[in-house]
Ligand binder design. Structure first.
Ligand SMILES: *Cc1c(COP(=O)(O)O)cnc(C)c1O
Length: 446
C-alpha cells in the first residue's frame, strides 16, 4: 500500500511509533490502533476534551470513535472527572469490597434485564466468564457464535468457520488449540435456518449461544426484526443459555442498550448479558450478569470459579457509576440527532460523488459501508470497497476528523459533539467523498 500523503505534521507521532515498535509488537497494545488496514502514521494522542482529540504534534481531530464506544459523554467530562479525582484521593485499590461496586451493580440491575452481576476488567473477561458459567450451569460443552461477531480475544470465540451450515470451527488464529475452537459452532448472522439446523444436530450438547446484541464489530448489522427473540426462544427450548453480548451496545444503542430496543419491548430476557465499554466510563471495567439462579453458580456462592485482583476497582466503578447516572434521556436524544445529521450529510456527499454506500444503524449506533446493498451478515460486509474507504478515512483525518481506521467499525458520537464539532465533520465530508470516488475508480481500473 502506498503511504498516504498528509497535510498535517505527524513527525512526533512517527517518531513515537518507531520507538514503540522496538518495544511492543507492531507498536501498539491493540492491533487496530496500528492503522494497518488504512496505512499511514497512527496518531499518538496526548489529550482529549469533549468531542476533540489532540495529538502529540498538536493536531486536533473531532473524535468519531470515542475510545471505541466508552466515551458516551465525551472526553474529560467535568462531573466524571471530579468523581474520579475525589475517589483517587482515598486510594486506588484495596482488594476488598467497596461502596461504588454495590452502587454500580444496583444501577445495572435497575437499568437492564440482569438480576445479579459480577464485575471484571475487560469485555473479553466478561464473555470468557459468561461462557464458563454457561458450561458449568448446563454441564454441556458446545457453544454457538456468529461469523463477524467479536466477543474479545477469548480462545473459543476467536474461531471462524468455512462456509456451510453448522461447521465445527477451526481456530481463527495460531495459538488457539483445535480442541478449544472445535467446541465452537460458527453460523452466519441473521440466519434462522442455520440456527435451527445447528440445534437439530447438536441440541443436547449446546451450552449456550452468544451473539452481539446488535453486531457492531463488522460495521453495524442490526438483527432482523424478531431475530434476538427467536434466539432466546430457541435456546430455551433446547436447554441452552442465551448470552447477549452488550459490551458495545450496552448503554450506547439506547439508554437500556440493544435490549431496550427489542427484549424490553417484546417481553423476553437473555439468560446472561455481558457489559463493558460505556459502563466503565473510560476505565477498565466490564461485567457479566443475568438470571439469579445462573449467577448463583459462581464462586463463592456456587462451584464455578471466577476471580480478579482489580475486579470492581473503586476508581473504575466510580467512573462507570458517574457516567451511567449522567446518561439521561437527553444524552441519547442529543446523540440520536447528531447521528442523523452526520448520516444525512455523509449520504449526501457520497451520493454526489457517486460512491456506492449504505448506512446502517441500531439505535444510536451506525456505520457507513462502502458498498451499495444492505449488509445482513459478515460475508456481505466483506464486499466493501476497501480502497475507497481508505481514501475517505485519510481525507477526513487530514481535515481533522478521526474515523475508525477500518471499514468494519461503527462510528461513535457523544453528548459532547456540539454544533461546532458536527459542523467540522460536515465541512470535511464532500472532499473526502471525492477522494473516495477517485480511489474507487482506480480500484475498478486496476
Ligand atoms: C469490545 C468488545 C468486546 C471486548 O471487550 P474488551 O474490553 O476489548 O476486551 C467484547 N464484545 C463486544 C461486542 C465488543 O464490542
Amino acid at each position: 500500500m502506498t503511504s498516504p500523503s498528509t497535510q498535517l505534521s505527524t513527525a512526533r507521532s512517527a517518531e513515537l511509533f518507531d520507538r514503540a515498535r522496538t518495544v511492543t509488537p507492531g507498536g501498539v497494545n491493540s492491533p487496530v490502533r496500528a492503522f494497518n488496514a488504512v496505512g499511514g502514521t497512527p496518531r499518538f494522542i496526548r489529550s482529549a476534551q469533549g468531542a476533540w482529540l489532540t495529538d502529540v504534534d498538536g493536531n486536533a481531530y473531532v473524535d468519531l470513535i470515542c475510545s471505541w464506544g466508552p466515551m458516551l459523554l465525551g472526553h474529560a467530562h467535568p462531573e466524571v472527572q471530579a468523581a474520579v479525582l475525589e475517589a483517587v484521593t482515598r486510594g486506588t485499590s484495596y482488594g476488598t469490597p467497596t461502596v461504588p461496586e454495590v452502587e454500580l451493580a444496583e444501577e445495572l440491575v435497575a437499568r437492564t434485564s440482569v438480576e445479579k452481576v459480577r464485575f471484571v476488567s475487560s469485555g473479553t473477561e466478561a464473555t470468557m466468564s459468561a461462557i464458563r458459567l454457561a458450561r458449568g450451569f448446563t454441564g454441556r460443552e458446545l457453544i454457538i457464535k456468529f461469523s463477524g461477531c467479536y466477543h474479545g480475544h477469548v480462545d473459543a470465540l476467536l474461531a471462524s468457520a468455512g462456509s456451510g451450515l453448522a461447521t465445527l470451527a477451526v481456530p481463527g488464529t495460531p495459538g488457539v488449540p483445535e480442541s478449544s475452537a472445535g467446541l465452537t459452532i460458527v453460523l452466519p448472522y441473521n440466519d434462522r435456518a442455520a440456527v435451527t439446523a445447528a440445534f437439530a444436530e447438536f441440541g443436547d450438547r449446546i451450552a449456550c449461544l452468544i451473539t452481539e446484541a446488535a453486531p457492531g464489530n463488522m460495521g453495524v448489522v442490526p438483527p432482523a426484526p424478531g431475530f434476538n427473540a427467536f434466539l432466546a426462544e430457541t435456546c430455551k427450548q433446547n436447554g441452552a443459555l442465551f448470552i447477549s453480548d452488550e459490551v458495545m451496545t450496552g448503554f450506547r444503542a439506547s439508554k437500556l442498550g440493544q435490549w431496550g430496543l427489542d427484549g424490553a419491548v417484546e417481553g423476553w430476557k437473555p439468560d446472561l448479558v455481558t457489559f463493558g465499554k460505556v459502563m466503565g466510563g473510560g476505565f477498565p471495567a466490564a461485567a457479566f450478569g443475568g438470571r439469579a439462579d445462573v449467577m448463583s453458580q459462581l464462586s463463592p456462592e456456587g462451584p464455578v470459579y471466577q476471580a480478579g485482583t482489580l475486579s470492581g476497582n473503586p476508581i473504575a466503578t466510580t467512573a462507570g457509576l458517574a457516567t451511567l447516572r449522567l446518561a439521561t434521556d437527553d444524552v441519547y436524544s442529543h446523540i440520536t440527532t447528531a447521528g442523523e445529521t452526520i448520516k444525512a450529510a455523509a449520504a449526501e456527499a457520497l451520493t454526489k460523488a457517486g460512491v456506492p454506500h449504505v448506512i446502517q444503524a441500531s439505535g444510536t449506533m451506525f456505520s457507513v459501508f462502502f458498498k451499495d446493498t444492505a449488509v445482513t451478515n459478515f460475508s456481505e460486509a466483506s464486499e466493501q470497497d476497501l480502497p475507497a474507504y481508505t481514501a475517505f478515512f485519510h481525507a477526513m483525518l487530514d481535515r481533522g476528523v478521526y474515523l475508525p481506521p477500518s471499514a468494519y467499525e461503527a462510528w461513535f458520537l457523544s453528548s459532547a459533539h456540539d454544533d461546532r464539532a458536527i459542523q467540522h465533520v460536515l465541512d470535511a465530508l464532500p472532499a473526502a467523498a471525492e477522494a473516495a470516488a477517485v480511489a474507487a475508480t482506480q480500484g475498478a481500473k486496476a
